[in-house]
Design a protein around this ligand. Structure first.
Ligand code: IFM
Length: 472
């Protein structure tokens, strides 16, 4: 298979143009859209279990039906292709492909086989993520990501899928946002499996990184030539840059959020400050000789960057922390809101943070191609009397962040693509269906899809490769 991420060609003339080979895409994840939770041999994932815990998910929502994409896949691909995007980033449900983490399941694999063919028929390139949080519950019952065996099971799963789809899928991402899997899953308990132990989150992070490294090496040996990982980064700024305590808290957030994941993958070592900060939690006994070499053995070809907002970090504890901190060992912390607009998630809209992040990644990891694999916003969309969904705030969010990507490229950052999160409204984890991130609206009663005004706008941008001039 030929390399799929050539260096971007020179930008076409024009102030807000992207190069012709810039990759425009939309993204989703298996549990958030597929539904069909018990069909064709699929067994429960940790999210099937967690979403049934009273109070875990807003409204008691589950992914049992979600967007029913499992049954509507061909129509969804046609809709996506109609938007003119060249790429689709999706994830695969491990419990469909190897139910309970056990033997391969041809029926489950068959769904992704058909999806990939359907995409290729419509000239949309598949960008596959192996793990976007739906761990088979049976593996969680055996210890989940806190135990090493899960990393070995992940390699088996990756190989099964590569044997089935390796001839047609050009880009393979091992993990989506391991920070969330580890620290929301095992430290704050806000996500599945809902455990609340500082050290468990750190152990989980190590085994996720090990899973990445072992799978990347195995897939490379089997011919995968574009391999990557997707990390969710923050831009951690001290609330008061003159206050040494805030500066230190921001450093610790940066270590746990950003550097803990990228440094081992790129350089085979955990940041020294992170090790010192977390030593008292006694998690490093899970790090065996050779693990860090295994994590970094196969260099990634592309770094997926997910960005939604940065954080202002204060060392002062929050008046109402709203649950355990997702930062192991860092409980005395707050993230005071700044004077910025906010999305329906309450997240600050901070596009300049994306420019800074991309420039920093480029400076610290020269030669590593970057792709924004997720960016987008939830707003309280409403279907108008004419049946249309007008979402000017989301459109403005996407526009501002694409300008931020453009600025980073102009500053030298090697950014080769952008995926809007998300193609469809979907199951937003602990927020259930109450938060809508889609550029396409989903009516969950009828499953009718309605492209929002942001979808039409994004479609124009993807087709022309340029942002509209705001002065016109
Ligand atoms: O919906 C999620 C996605 O699954 C992972 N990244 C962030 C998105 C918005 O919260």
């Amino acid at each position: 298979m030929t390399t799929t991420l050539p260096a971007s060609a020179e930008a076409a003339p024009g102030p807000l143009a992207f190069p012709p080979d810039f990759r425009w895409g939309v993204a989703t994840a298996s549990y958030q859209i597929e539904g069909a939770a018990a069909e064709d041999g699929r067994t429960p994932s940790i999210w099937d279990t967690f979403s049934r815990v009273p109070g875990a998910v807003v409204g008691g929502d589950t992914g049992d039906v979600a967007c029913d994409h499992y049954h509507r896949m061909a129509d969804d691909v046609r809709l996506m292709a109609g938007l003119g995007v060249g790429w689709y980033r999706f994830s695969v449900a491990w419990p469909r492909v190897r139910p309970d983490g056990g033997a391969p399941n041809p029926a489950g694999i068959g769904f992704y086989d058909r999806l990939v063919d359907e995409l290729l028929t419509h000239d949309v390139s598949p960008w596959l993520t192996l793990y976007h949080w739906d761990l088979p519950q049976a593996l969680e019952d055996a210890g989940g990501w806190t135990v090493r065996d899960t990393a070995d099971r992940f390699v088996e799963y990756a190989v099964t899928l590569h044997e089935a789809l390796g001839d047609r899928v050009p880009v393979w991402t091992t993990l989506n946002e391991p920070w969330c899997s580890a620290f929301l899953g095992y430290t704050s308990g806000r996500h599945a499996p809902g455990r609340q132990e500082g050290a468990a989150g750190l152990r989980a992070a190590h085994h996720l990184l090990l899973a990445h490294g072992l799978a990347a090496t195995e897939l490379r040996a089997r011919g995968a030539d574009t391999l990557g990982v997707t990390l969710n980064f923050t831009v951690a700024d001290p609330a008061d840059p003159e206050d040494p305590a805030d500066v230190d808290a921001a450093r610790r957030v940066d270590a746990l959020h950003n550097r803990m994941f990228l440094e081992p993958i790129r350089h085979g070592e955990y940041p020294a400050d992170l090790l010192a900060d977390t030593e008292h939690l006694g998690w490093t006994e899970v790090v065996r000789d050779g693990d860090l070499a295994a994590i970094s053995a196969t260099p990634i070809d592309v770094l997926g960057v997910n960005y939604y907002h940065g954080d202002s970090v204060s060392a002062r504890p929050a008046a109402d922390p709203g649950g355990p901190s997702p930062f192991p060992g860092l409980d005395r912390l707050s993230m005071p809101l700044r004077d910025l607009p906010r999305t329906a998630m309450g997240w600050e809209v901070q596009p300049e943070g994306l420019t800074r992040l991309l420039l920093r990644l480029h400076d610290e990891h020269p030669g590593l191609p970057l792709v924004v694999t997720e960016n987008g916003a939830a707003y309280d969309d409403e279907v108008g009397p004419d049946g249309e969904v007008d979402d000017p705030e989301r459109l403005a969010y996407l526009d501002a962040h694409l300008r931020a990507v453009h600025a980073a490229r102009a500053g030298g950052a090697d950014v080769r693509g952008y995926f809007a999160w998300s193609f469809l409204d979907n199951f937003e984890w602990a927020e259930g269906y109450a938060k809508r991130f889609g550029i396409v609206h989903v009516d969950y009663d009828t499953q009718v899809r309605t492209p929002k005004s942001s979808a039409r706008w994004f479609s124009d941008v993807a087709r022309t490769g340029r942002l509209p001039d705001r002065s016109q």
